[in-house]
Design a protein around this ligand. Structure first.
Ligand SMILES: NC(=O)c1ccc[n+]([C@@H]2O[C@H](COP(=O)([O-])OP(=O)(O)OC[C@H]3O[C@@H](n4cnc5c(N)ncnc54)[C@H](O)[C@@H]3O)[C@@H](O)[C@H]2O)c1
Ligand SMILES: [Zn+2]
Length: 417
C-alpha cells in the first residue's frame, strides 16, 4: 500500500492527479462522511400465468382463445406465425380472422386483428435479430399499445424470438403464446423468459417476462414432423426424472404408443409436463432465476453446448435427451445414481426414439467449456442439477472432466452398431 502511495506522489503529473482523485473519491467519504441517504425497499408484484389446453382453438364455438383476449374493448392484436406452421396450415390467418369475427358477432369484445405476419420458423428465428425487428416494426406500424396483444403461433424458437420483441416494445406488450410443437406445449410456452442465440452461445440475449396467456391446441401436432414430435418428450422425461416418478413410469409404459404418435397416450404426458413446469415457476420460489441453481435445466449444460457446437443443427429436444443421458452416466460414476435408474432412463429415451449420443460429444475440450458458459449465464458459482434417483435431484458444484469424458465414451459405445 505504501509503495503504491509513493508511486502516486512520485508519478508523472497526469497520473498523479488522476490517482490522487481516485484515492480521495474512494477513501474520503468512507472515513469522514455518513451516507446522506440509503433507501432499501422490498416489494412484491403479483403475476398471473394463464394456461389453457384445448382442441380446435379456432373453431368459432371454442371460447378458449377469445376468453383470454377479451380483456376490454378497443384492443388490437397482431399474429406472428411460424413459417413451418404457415406452410402446414396456409389458411391459418383466414381462420383466425373468421374466428375473431364470429366471437365478435356473439357480443364478445375481442381485439381487432390488424395483421398476420409470417416469421422464420425453427432455431433460425433465434439466430439473428430479424424476427425481433419484425415484431417491433409491426407493433409500431399497427399502433399496438401496451394493453393490446401480440399473438405468437409456433414452436419454442418462434415463441422465444417473438416474445423477445414483445417484451421490448413499449417495455412489454401483452404476449399470448400458441405453442404448436410438443416441446413448446410441454415446456417452452410455460417459461417466463425468452431468448436469442448470440456469440455462439445459446440464449445469450433475452429477458424474463411473464406471458399474458398460453393457449395450446393439440390439433397443431398433426402436422409436426416425427423428429420434432418426439423431441418434445425429452423435456417431459426431464421433469419426470426431477419431480414425478409416477409420470416417469407412465412415459416408460406409453413410449411405444407415443412413438407411433398416439395422442391418447401423448396428450396426458404433455399436459402433466406443462403443469409441472408451471408449478415449478409459480411455487418454486425463484421464477426469475435469481438464485444460482436452475433445477429445470437438468441435462441442459451439455445440451446447450452441443446445440451451439453443431451450429444449431441438433434440435433442442434431441440435445436435451443426449444431455440427460450424459449426466446420468456421470451421476452413476460419481456414485450418486443407481445403475438401475440410469438404465431405465436410457431405455425410456431410446424407446421414445430419442438420441443418446452425438459425435460432437467426443470433443471434450469444447464440450466442458459449456460448464463455464452455463455458470456465467446464471452467475455465481457453478451449480449443476444431477439425479440421486428418479424423482430426486441433487446439486453439484463441480464436474470432473475425466468422468465427463468417460461418460461420453460410454454413450458412444452404446450408440455403436
Ligand atoms: N423460453 C423457455 O422457457 C424455453 C423452454 C424450453 C425451450 N425453449 C426453446 O424452444 C426451442 C425449441 O422449440 P421446438 O422444439 O418447439 O422447436 P422449433 O421451434 O425449432 O420448431 C421445430 C420445427 O417445427 C416447425 N413447426 C412448428 N410447429 C409446427 C407444426 N405444428 N406443424 C409443422 N411444423 C411445425 C418449425 O417451423 C420448426 O421448423 C429452443 O430454442 C429452446 O431453447 C425455450
Ligand atoms: Zn429445454
Amino acid at each position: 500500500m505504501r509503495a503504491c502511495l509513493r508511486c502516486v506522489v512520485a508519478g508523472p503529473k497526469p497520473w498523479r492527479i488522476a490517482l490522487r482523485r481516485g484515492i480521495f473519491l474512494s477513501i474520503e467519504p468512507m472515513l469522514a462522511r455518513p451516507i446522506a441517504m440509503q433507501l432499501d425497499r422490498s416489494f412484491q408484484v403479483d403475476f398471473k400465468h394463464r394456461v389453457r389446453m384445448t382442441r380446435d382453438a379456432l373453431h368459432p364455438d371454442n371460447a378458449t382463445l377469445s376468453s383470454v383476449l377479451c380483456d376490454s374493448p378497443d384492443r388490437r392484436v397482431i399474429a406472428f406465425v411460424d413459417s413451418g406452421v404457415h406452410q402446414a396450415h396456409p389458411d391459418l390467418g383466414d381462420r383466425l380472422a373468421n374466428y375473431l369475427g364470429a366471437r365478435a358477432a356473439l357480443g364478445e369484445s375481442v381485439p381487432q386483428l390488424r395483421a398476420v405476419e409470417i416469421v422464420t420458423g425453427g432455431e433460425a428465428a433465434k439466430n439473428s435479430l430479424d424476427v425481433c425487428e419484425q415484431v417491433l416494426a409491426a407493433t409500431d406500424r399497427h399502433g399496438i399499445d401496451r394493453k393490446s396483444f401480440i399473438l405468437a403461433i409456433g414452436g419454442g424458437a418462434v415463441l422465444d424470438a417473438v416474445g423477445f420483441g414483445a417484451t421490448l416494445a413499449h417495455r412489454g406488450v401483452r404476449l399470448v403464446r400458441m405453442p404448436t410443437t410438443t416441446l413448446a406445449m410441454d415446456d417452452a410456452a410455460m417459461g417466463v423468459k425468452n431468448g436469442l442465440n448470440q456469440f455462439g452461445k445459446k440464449n445469450f440475449v433475452g429477458t424474463f417476462s411473464v406471458p399474458w396467456a398460453v393457449v395450446s391446441d393439440e390439433c397443431f401436432l398433426a402436422t409436426l414432423s416425427d423428429r420434432h414430435f418426439l423431441a418434445g418428450f425429452s423435456e417431459a422425461v426431464k421433469i419426470a426424472c426431477l419431480k414425478d416418478p409416477a409420470l416417469f413410469a407412465q412415459i416408460e409404459g406409453d413410449a411405444p404408443r407415443i412413438r407411433s404418435r398416439d395422442l391418447g397416450a401423448a396428450m396426458p404426458i404433455i399436459s402433466r409436463s406443462a403443469q409441472l413446469h408451471l408449478d415449478h415457476i409459480a411455487d418454486g420460489g425463484d421464477p426469475f432465476e435469481l438464485q444460482e441453481a436452475r433445477p429445470l435445466d437438468f441435462g441442459h449444460w451439455a445440451a446447450h453446448k452441443l446445440e451451439s457446437m453443431s451450429n444449431y443443427t441438433i434440435a433442442h429436444g434431441d440435445a436435451v435427451a443426449i444431455g440427460i443421458a450424459l449426466d446420468c452416466q456421470y451421476a452413476v460414476r460419481a456414485k450418486l445414481l443407481s445403475a438401475n435408474d440410469q438404465t431405465r432412463i436410457e431405455r425410456c429415451l431410446k424407446s421414445l426414439g430419442l438420441p443418446l449420443h452425438h459425435p460432437l460429444l467426443a470433443q471434450t475440450d469444447q464440450l466442458v467449456r459449456g460448464l463455464e458458459e452455463f455458470r456465467e449465464h446464471l452467475g455465481g458459482g457453478l451449480t449443476i442439477t444431477l439425479l440421486r434417483s428418479i424423482g430426486q435431484s441433487v446439486e453439484v458444484h463441480a464436474m470432473d472432466r475425466a468422468i465427463v469424458t468417460a461418460s461420453a465414451q460410454a454413450l458412444a459405445a452404446l450408440a455403436a452398431p
